[in-house]
Write a protein that binds this ligand. Structure first.
Ligand code: SF4
Length: 231
């Protein structure tokens, strides 16, 4: 059996190389929500000029989408005010931390629904999610290429429910297709997921209990119901 790749180590090696050259690459960071972004931004803002790309047409309910995008903006504003005041109390940050921009992608859930047609009934983690990852990473690659970013990646690998191997494979494919570097990552490693929960509490972030699409929300409802009935 082939050895599993260590995406977290690969990212560290990339950062070390760029730091030795005194470079701060322009990174387009696809983000799914503020809680997942919290650790990724705390970590990466030391080494990159980051623009967060909020592109998630998979969030089918408009109210939910807007709630999440506003939380993302609020978190970035909090982080940027830390840089302005050079006050990083309670953060794993130094005065090398840089300010972060945000770019909101096109929000049209019809795009998602068309792409996942026929896969609506898949369980979370199945083929519907592969299509959803492809949709979001393809758009990220296009935007990164069109706007002269040095590289792109996604916060999605922080989730213990998401397959880092699949996300990194798709990211590389999209990077190759559009001619822009995809940065490997597995943000859940090095206690990244644990830190994202601490930061979510610190900033009082809204933490949804389902992934994003209506299918995942209904699945979560069924799981909760089953649990209650079994207690
Ligand atoms: S469960 Fe999450 S990753 Fe999977 S299709 Fe729905 S929104 Fe996309």
């Amino acid at each position: 059996m082939a050895n599993k790749e260590n995406y977290s180590k690969q990212l560290e090696q990339f950062i070390e190389k760029k730091q030795s050259e005194n470079k701060y690459p322009k990174l387009l960071l696809h983000a799914c929500c503020a809680p997942c972004s919290s650790y990724c931004l705390e970590y990466l803002r030391e080494y990159f000029d980051i623009t967060v790309f909020y592109y998630n047409p998979n969030i089918m309910r408009s109210e939910e989408y807007h709630k999440r995008v506003e939380e993302e903006k609020r978190l970035i504003a909090e982080y940027n005010s830390q840089v302005d005041s050079a006050d990083f109390t309670g953060m794993n940050s130094t005065n090398h931390a840089r300010k972060i921009n945000i770019l909101e992608g096109n929000y049209d859930p019809k795009i998602f629904l068309e792409r996942v047609k026929g896969f609506e009934g898949c369980p979370e983690g199945g083929d519907r999610c592969t299509i959803c990852f492809e949709m979001r990473l393809e758009e990220s690659a296009i935007i990164a290429k069109d706007n002269d970013f040095d590289c792109f990646t996604t916060t999605l690998t922080i989730s213990p429910l998401k397959d880092a191997e699949r996300l990194n494979r798709i990211g590389r494919e999209m990077g190759d297709k559009y001619g822009v570097l995809f940065l490997p990552s597995d943000f859940k490693k090095k206690n990244g997921y644990k830190r994202s929960i601490e930061l979510s509490h610190k900033f009082g972030l809204y933490r949804q209990d389902f992934c994003g699409c209506e299918f995942s929300r209904l699945q979560r409802e069924r799981e909760k119901e089953l649990k209650e009935n079994c207690n």
